[in-house]
Write a protein that binds this ligand. Structure first.
Ligand SMILES: Nc1ncnc2c1ncn2[C@@H]1O[C@H](COP(=O)(O)OP(=O)(O)O)[C@@H](O)[C@H]1O
Ligand SMILES: [Mg+2]
Length: 345
């Protein structure tokens, strides 16, 4: 069965690629472990339109990868369970689909690249074979056609001497080149949404920049919705249209990227910004955020950031959790004292 048949159930994907492609609403994910119940994703809402880049930003352990895994339907389950919310691709709730339908979406409409390309590629087959297999399996192409497309894809991601390199195995590529192969695999079936989970973290700085600009270029050319997951505020300024900042399983700030830089409105975002070196502020002391994010089995009451927050008052240490206040047009912050945070430089 081809993916197109599956997607025809309630009307096909919009070929013009405009409007919201992926909408996640009030997503909840729990891990049931011996250490207790970890609420890894706790009411997360975001969307990505075709042709735009959304950055999901936050320190390690705040639920970014789990969010991505839930969207892709590749959550480690058990112990992980989606316990609430909706994940809609072009209006259709992925959580209500059969495993077979989801697999078709995963192959054709929503693709993902990971931090560690080596573990995501199969070590015993050449990259050309792995790419050709995708075309054979999902597009019914012959081996020869598949191989031709594999060369085109390696060219697309600017791997030099693509015609020769299709015959190489993953371990014969450098880290940066391997990440390019990963991107080629993800783009093979022309997905509308691409999720990139810390795609450059394992690479050195110059290679990181090359991969990021390649991703940004491909995103624009193909009008994909790109969800770029990162813990590095420095990476997002040039490529993202909007930013969602996550802390302890929740979104704490959402805004267009220039808004976040000009007027961060949550203390956590502000702290993340202060920890990034900026060319225009050379010599300024970099601050590192004090303390660690909470373990998700023991999230503090009230605002989860309160133990690390210089603005925190009694109100912040009590339930309820601060809601996302609308602080400006398309700009939301989950801080009771967002006005003070915005005014304070
Ligand atoms: N396989 C797992 N088993 C148990 N708990 C998990 C598992 N994966 C993730 N978690 C929980 O979810 C939290 C968020 O993880 P993750 O989404 O990977 O964070 P990050 O924001 O760094 O990507 C972890 O701190 C952990 O509590
Ligand atoms: Mg992660």
């Amino acid at each position: 069965m081809t993916a197109d048949v599956t997607l025809d159930v309630e009307g096909v994907a919009d070929p013009s690629r405009t409007g919201p492609a992926l909408e996640v609403t009030d997503l909840q994910v729990e891990f049931r472990t011996r250490a207790g119940l970890a609420h890894a994703v706790n009411g997360v809402t975001f969307h990505v339109d075709a042709g735009e880049t959304l950055a999901i930003l936050g320190e390690s352990g705040c639920g970014k990868s789990v969010t991505a895994q839930a969207v892709m339907g590749i959550l480690d389950s058990p112990p992980g369970f989606v316990t609430g919310g909706q994940i809609r691709y072009r209006g259709k709730d992925l959580l209500k689909m059969s495993e077979q339908q989801r697999r078709a979406v995963r192959a054709n409409q929503i693709a993902m690249i990971f931090q560690d390309a080596l573990s995501a590629l199969n070590p015993v087959f050449t990259v050309g074979f792995q790419l050709a297999e995708l075309f054979r399996k999902h597009r019914g192409m012959s081996r020869a056609e598949g191989r031709k497309r594999a060369v085109e894809l390696l060219d697309l991601v600017r791997i030099p001497a693509a015609r020769q390199r299709v015959r190489d195995f993953p371990h014969q590529f450098s880290g940066g080149m391997r990440q390019r192969v990963m991107i080629a695999m993800a783009l093979a079936l022309d997905p509308e949404v691409l999720i990139a989970d810390e795609p450059t973290t394992a690479l050195d700085v110059t290679v990181q920049a090359q991969i990021m600009s390649l991703l940004a270029e491909l995103q624009r050319e193909r009008q994909m919705g790109l969800i770029l997951i990162t813990h590095d505020m420095g990476v997002v300024a040039d490529v993202a249209d909007r930013i969602s900042v996550m802390y302890a399983g929740r979104m704490v700030e959402q805004a267009p990227v220039h808004e976040v830089y000009a007027r961060p409105s949550h203390p956590y975002t502000k702290a993340l910004l202060e920890s990034v070196p900026r060319l225009d502020q050379k010599g300024r002391q970099l601050s590192v955020i004090q303390g660690l994010p909470p373990t998700l089995t023991a999230i503090p009451p009230g605002c989860a950031f309160n133990p690390r927050c210089r603005y925190a008052r009694e109100e912040c240490r009590q339930p309820p959790v601060p809601p996302l206040y609308e602080v400006a047009d398309r700009h939301a912050s989950a801080c009771h004292f967002w006005q003070e945070v915005r005014q304070d430089d």
